[in-house]
Design a protein around this ligand. Sequence first.
Ligand SMILES: Nc1nc2c(ncn2[C@@H]2O[C@H](COP(=O)(O)OP(=O)(O)OP(=O)(O)O)[C@@H](O)[C@H]2O)c(=O)[nH]1
Ligand SMILES: [Mg+2]
Length: 286
Amino acid sequence: MNQKKSMTTPLMIKPQVAAACEACPMHNAGNLLKLGVDMDEWDFVVALAGNPNTGKSTVFNALTGMRQHTGNWPGKTVSRAEGGFSYGGFRYKLIDLPGTYSLLSTSFDEEIARDFILFGQPDVTVIVTDATQLERNLNLALQVLEITDRAVICLNLMDEAQRHGWQVDDRRLARDLGVPVAPTAARQGEGLDGLLKAIHEVATGQAVCKPYRLKNESPQIKGALTRLTKMIQESFPGLPNARWVALRLLDGDQRIAEAVRSGELAQLSRLSPVKPMSQPQLEAVV
Ligand SMILES: Nc1nc2c(ncn2[C@@H]2O[C@H](COP(=O)(O)OP(=O)(O)OP(=O)(O)O)[C@@H](O)[C@H]2O)c(=O)[nH]1
Ligand SMILES: [Mg+2]
């Protein structure tokens, strides 16, 4: 594979006539402010997620250069790097999320990453993966794709994969996962143009993602999941991830249950709930 040329694998590039709403930012500025990110001077916000040690900070540094600073996540001692870059006439804010193996919220790091993707609704979430450990890395990637449908896979450490003589079929991966895949060797600065292009296309709605969603639940769970997803869709129209919310409620996730009760989830749907879930309905599932 020639690393020098643009290596992104675009997905369903639409003509430039994307409807206005598709080109509009989808982030939740109010929630982002609560999460410590002020979007006043930015058009789009991009989150960098990934397993530990996959090169997130290397990608972050390569994209932002000197335009970055570090601080802490609100109320946490976990440090956060944020920075910015311009591309295609837009100003992008980039947030380096803590490295995690999962988003099940079992540690501070997982909670931060998950809350940012769920409540901040970044315009694009870049999932940085290690091309030499793809199978392991796809666990987190699939979890991210359950929460958001605006994602790009950064297939990093391609130089290492090549050194081992391994071929990674990025086109097939993009097709199977339903999101653009950009192969990179971030330490060498290779493939970054392709990554920027993929981010830009997803942020502006030129590329439409159709993320793969796991469907291997048992028949018993399937029935409950279908019913609960429908209830959530009716209560929170426009919520991008009703099925994932239903799965988390069935799993007894207290943070998500609280978000349903408090109306935090209603804000994400960008509409008031037309038919709020009643307390008995909610109690029946959590
Ligand atoms: N060979 C090679 N090494 C890389 C590449 N990208 C990053 N690295 C190296 O991988 C190591 C980890 O990179 P980081 O950018 O710190 O990874 P991270 O995901 O931010 O790590 P955590 O924040 O600890 O989760 C560093 O030694 C980098 O220089 C790459 O594309 N190729
Ligand atoms: Mg890092």
